[in-house]
Design a protein around this ligand. Structure first.
Ligand code: CA
Length: 245
């Protein structure tokens, strides 16, 4: 266990099922964490201040876990969120990750796996923030990573956190191909199986918001079997001169 600011990390466990919660609390405390366990979404929101990570069951008696996750992000932005889900379809997982969860574990899970995921999340949260980067530009699209804002033709784009990360990565590499693996690694920080569909879904949402089309792309070109390329306007390169009539 890595300590946070010299103390044991504080974990908020949100799980209504005692049969799951009890061994989990024991395992977490056994690993040296300080644990608070609650059984509902409302209690979770009331207890989130100051915690380092939340282990959040999605099937809660009062509020939908995804909604709890969304509100947690606003109320306790410092906390890493590990979703505990019995929902296994990819769309559900995508919704959860889009709501701001950092990672997920599918029930039934092994305690060792959950502890490993949690350790990884806390370590990530512990890293010092990278230095601020300047605004990235390709064509009429601008991305400000520090402010987490993006614009197309001076109109601000309303993006989910994952869509923003995808756009940032593509614009950062404008004119070059970004592979699916790179997107998964950098945006989802994972390489979980069957993940290509997730990338495709996010690309399709992003294209819609950019007013782009997959069949005749202005911004994002699909490179079959490899990944995607954000088209640069190539202003640095000399344009072919207009033929004289
Ligand atoms: Ca439950």
């Amino acid at each position: 266990m890595d300590r946070v600011d010299g103390r044991a990390p504080i974990i908020l466990l949100v799980e209504d099922d005692d049969g799951i919660a009890r061994p989990l609390v024991a395992a977490l405390e056994g690993s040296g964490y300080t644990v608070t366990r609650v059984s509902s979404g409302q209690q979770a929101l009331a207890s989130a201040a100051g915690v380092d990570a939340v282990v959040l069951d999605l099937g809660l008696p009062d509020l939908d876990g995804v909604e709890v996750c969304r509100r947690l992000r606003r109320r306790a932005p410092q906390a890493r969120v590990l979703m505990l889900t019995a929902r296994t379809t990819e769309a559900d997982v995508v919704v959860g990750l889009d709501a701001g969860a950092d990672d997920y574990v599918t029930k039934p899970f092994r305690l060792a796996e959950l502890l490993a995921r949690l350790r990884a999340l806390l370590r990530r949260g512990n890293e010092t923030a990278p230095p601020e980067r300047s605004v990235l530009v390709a064509q009429d699209v601008r991305v400000d990573p520090a402010a987490r804002r993006a614009w197309r033709a001076n109109e601000e784009l309303e993006l989910t956190p994952k869509e923003f990360e995808v756009l940032r990565l593509l614009v950062e590499h404008a004119g070059r191909v970004v592979s699916r693996e790179q997107l998964l690694r950098d945006v989802w920080e994972t390489t979980w199986g069957g993940s290509s569909k997730t990338v495709d879904m996010h690309l399709s949402w992003l294209r819609k918001k950019l007013g782009d089309s997959a069949s005749s792309p202005r911004y994002i070109t699909t490179i079959r079997g490899i990944g995607f390329r954000f088209e640069d306007d190539g202003e640095d390169e000399p344009r072919p001169s207009t033929p004289v009539a």
